[in-house]
Structures are given as structure tokens and as C-alpha cells.
Design a protein around this ligand. Structure first.
Ligand code: FES
Ligand code: FES
Length: 159
């Protein structure tokens, strides 16, 4: 076992983990952060996406020990004082989900996309989210949601 100390959704944790433990399993099984889900376990679907020091990663491809000393943000750490994060709000308003299984990862990846490119074109959104798969929506409303979040964020910055 190896001790890891890290920040997750603003709280600090120090836990013993097996060196082989994947970050997604640590989050779900040891911390109870079940908002981060496993769709494939093979780095294909993006359902497990979280932010590691602000950058999106597929947490099934990261070992928990690799997050030692770092900051992780999951879907459960986005809302503030009961208010949804602008990207969560945009997904809600654009009906950008059906079953919702891909949604946590899709939102985390969208946040990183908008961080690196606050005004993405439709093509850039589609390319930026190509590592996240959705079996339900056909992606149209997801793209609309990211466009809406970009617009809302720039309106907020301007006001
Ligand atoms: S569960 Fe991690 S990419 Fe599918
Ligand atoms: S909403 Fe069902 S997989 Fe995306």
C-alpha cells in the first residue's frame, strides 16, 4: 500500500491505496464520489473525465498515486452555494443529455475545452469533445450547450 495525499473538490484526503489503484476507483470506492462514472475502463468513452490540476484527464487512465500532491475536481465539486456551474446550467438548459451517463465526463471535458478556447467554433467543440462518447443524444444539443456556456461566460465577464 502507498499513501496518497491530494485535494478533491476542495477537501484534502490522505489515504492508503494499492499502487495499481486507478484514480476513478479511488474516487468512487474510497471517497464515495460516484458522480464520476466508468463507461469502458479502457480509455475510450470519457465518462470518467475529471480535472487534474485544471486539465481534463480520463481518470481510468490515471493511477491514484499519480494524483498524489495534486488537485482533482469532479462533477461533484462544480456547484457553488447551490448554484450550478455555468456549463452544468447550459447542459440543463439545452437538454444536452438523455440517460445522463456520459454527462459528468462531457461537462468536465467541456470545462477544459472552454478554458483553453473560450470561444470555440462548432467544429472546435466537436473536435475538443471527440474523446467523449454519447450513445443517446447525437451530440447536437451537447454542442449547443457548450456554445451556450461560452456565450454565458463571456456575457458574465462583460457585465
Ligand atoms: S471509463 Fe474512462 S474512458 Fe471510459
Ligand atoms: S446522454 Fe446517454 S450516453 Fe450521453
Amino acid at each position: 500500500m502507498t499513501r496518497v495525499s491530494l485535494t478533491v473538490d476542495g477537501s484534502t484526503y490522505s489515504d492508503e491505496v494499492e499502487p495499481r489503484t486507478l484514480l476513478v476507483h479511488y474516487l468512487r470506492q474510497q471517497l464515495g464520489k460516484t458522480g464520476t462514472v466508468v463507461g469502458c475502463d479502457t480509455s475510450n468513452c470519457g465518462a470518467c473525465t475529471v480535472l487534474l490540476d485544471g486539465l481534463s484527464v480520463k481518470s481510468c487512465t490515471v493511477l491514484a498515486v499519480q494524483a498524489d500532491g495534486h488537485e482533482v475536481t469532479t462533477i461533484e465539486g462544480l456547484a457553488r452555494d447551490g448554484a450550478l456551474h455555468p456549463v452544468q446550467q447550459a447542459f440543463h438548459e439545452s437538454h444536452a443529455l438523455q440517460c445522463g451517463y456520459c454527462t459528468p465526463g462531457m461537462i468536465m471535458a467541456s470545462i477544459d475545452l472552454l478554458r483553453s478556447n473560450p470561444h470555440p467554433s462548432e467544429q472546435e467543440i466537436r473536435e475538443g469533445l471527440e474523446g467523449n462518447l454519447c450513445r443517446c443524444t447525437g451530440y447536437h444539443n451537447i454542442v449547443r450547450a457548450v456554445q451556450g456556456a461560452a456565450a454565458a461566460t463571456s456575457e458574465g465577464a462583460a457585465s
